[in-house]
Every structure is written in structure tokens, then in C-alpha cells.
Design a protein around this ligand. Sequence first.
Ligand code: ADP
Ligand code: MG
Length: 365
Amino acid sequence: MAKLILKNVFKRYENKDKKKKKAVNPLAVNNFSLETEDGEFIGILGPSGCGKTTSLRMIAGLEDITDGEIYIGDMKVNDVDPKDRGIGLAFEDYALYPPLSVYDNIAFNLKAKNVSADDIKKEIDRIAPMLKVEELLEMRPAKLSGGQKQRVNLARAIIRKPKLLLLDEPMSHLDGKMRQVLRIELQRLHKEIKCTTIIVTHDQLEAMSLADRIAIMKDGELQQFGTPLEVYDNPVNEFVAGFIGEPPMNINTVKVEKTDKGTFFKFVDADIAIPVPDRYLPVVSEGMKVRLGVRPTDLMIGDENSKGSDAKISVFENLGEERKISFRVGTEFLTLVTPDEKRYKQGDPVKLEVKADKTHLFDVE
Ligand code: ADP
Ligand code: MG
């Protein structure tokens, strides 16, 4: 086990095309700092191209660092060879060697280090049950299913008792059900080997369900680092708010309006107004436009006596366990999700209520 520390890490890829000297690449990773606890399970989450893989490759030593420092445990690893960093790697495109059996694939790195055949066998006997690959050891990779390949990949990553386990989209090639199975196995594996683990993913559900803490990136920059609950309940900006949660948080422009009934957030592109929660009263003023965030589960349909806003249903969808109700707001929708069984149809007038204490304010203009 070991802590991982990134201090102000930058990465700029050099332009390979010498003719385009003037066009400087933007930073792939921009001032990334992060400090984990020993044995923590960390998710690095963000959309494609935001710098996740680059960050992981720099931690692994497979990519030079343009600037900054990386520590694994007490060791500054900037100039340490990848094989001496004490890391285990499972990358999405980290292919198995087709001519070798599963056993030899798992043993490959140990053989390269001249570990004796006896010791290799002991080590494989120890980890094969953890990843349920005992039955596969004599098989060739071509005969394995996607899920089995990923398990062999993981076995290969943890065989040297790494201090740090680095996983880059380890489940990206699997279908939904298989992902769920492997997710549970990853959780169990992490409890068993207690190794500090970094998983890179663009799937927020995967990060939310696996990680102790999540680092959310955008355009090479860290946006927020916190527990799944923290990033869900207190997103620091609109990007994080929209990226975490499914269906995504509603984020709309509203205008502060004072009436004799109180102060309201009036949706700019719809005839919907919700009371401004007390805690926001000191920071808003009449006429001010703000971005208001409301999770679909924090909107409700009120009864006849409701003081909610009048609204007309635009779309009603029955999703089995829950119902999704959408209200048109300009060219977008305000979406509500409820376990309530009641059915509606398009155009039905309802009272729309909001859990005011669950609203979020962004970018006060
Ligand atoms: P992610 O894993 O989050 O999808 P990457 O780390 O792969 O993102 O990429 C981050 C940025 O760096 C992207 O803009 C990508 O095009 C660029 N990039 C990645 N690898 C290279 C490379 N070898 N050479 C030049 N640019 C690269
Ligand atoms: Mg990637």
C-alpha cells in the first residue's frame, strides 16, 4: 500500500508535425494536484479527451511529465523507471499475448524478472481464486469471453503485489450486465488486497459505486475531488452538477422576481416560478439572472392544495420502477422523476413543487 500524491502536474504533448511548429497543443493535463489516503479507491472521472489516460500514464511512468511532481508512498517517481514504481496496470487496450496460455500471460512479468517457477506457481495459486480464473489457466486468450479476459488482465495487474493499482476503463468493452458483475468483483478484490487503486472511467455510475473519492476532470483540469455523496450533493460548478447523476440535474436560467406573495425564481423560457429558498435571499436581488440547478428527484407534483407553480406536462414516460415527467422550458425540458404510480398525459395541468433546500445556484450574473 502507498499514498499517491500529484503536485501541480502538467502535460503538453509535443507537436510531432514540425511544419506546424506554430500551432501549440493545448495542455492535456493542466495543474493537476491530488493526494490519496493509503488503500483508498479513487475514481478519475470525466468526458472523453479530458486527460484521464494521460494522467494515469504519467503516474505509471509511461509518459513524461511536462511539469510537476508525482509521489508513490515516500518516493518521488518523476525519474523512476515504470517497472520500479511498484504499480500494477490494467489498461483497456492492454492486450493479452495470444500464443501464450492464461497461466503464462499472468506469469509473464514475473518470468521477465527471473522469479523462480515455484514462486510463480505459488503466486498464481494465491491470486487465481481471487479473480476466479483457476479454470482458465490452460486456455488461450482467443477462447475467453470479454469478462474472462478482463479478469485475466486484472490478475496480471495484481500479481506482483503492487503498491498502487492503476485501471484505465477496465470494463469498457463489456456489456451492461458483465460490467455490473465485474464491478462487484473489483470491490471485493480491493477489500481483499487493500491496495491503493485508481480507476479511470467516463462512466459516472461506475465511479460513484466503486470509489471512496472521485476526481472529476474537464479539459485537463481537476474540477472537484470528493466522496460520491459530496460531489452529488455539493457540486462546485455547473459542469460537475451536470456530469454526476442520471437523469442529469436540470440547470436553467431563472430571473429573480419579487411579488406580494414572496420572492420567486421565474424560469426565463417558461411560465414556471418557484419560491426562492430562504438561504438564497441574502445573495439574490430583484431582476438578477442566475443558473438554477434542480435534480429530477427533487421536483414533485403537488395535490389540489399545493402552492406549487402551475405547469403543463409536455412528456410523460413510464420507466417501470419510476415515472419521468418533462415540462417544456424554451427549447429544453425540466425533468421530474418520481416513484409515484399516478399516470398523466400530455397537456395535463399540474402543480409543480420543488424541494427548495435541494436547489443549487451557479454563475450568478
Ligand atoms: P481521456 O483518457 O480522458 O479520454 P486522454 O488523456 O487520452 O483523454 O487525452 C487528453 C488530450 O491529450 C486529448 O486532447 C488527446 O487528443 C491528447 N492526446 C492524448 N494522447 C496524445 C498523444 N500521444 N499525442 C498528442 N496528443 C495526445
Ligand atoms: Mg482514456
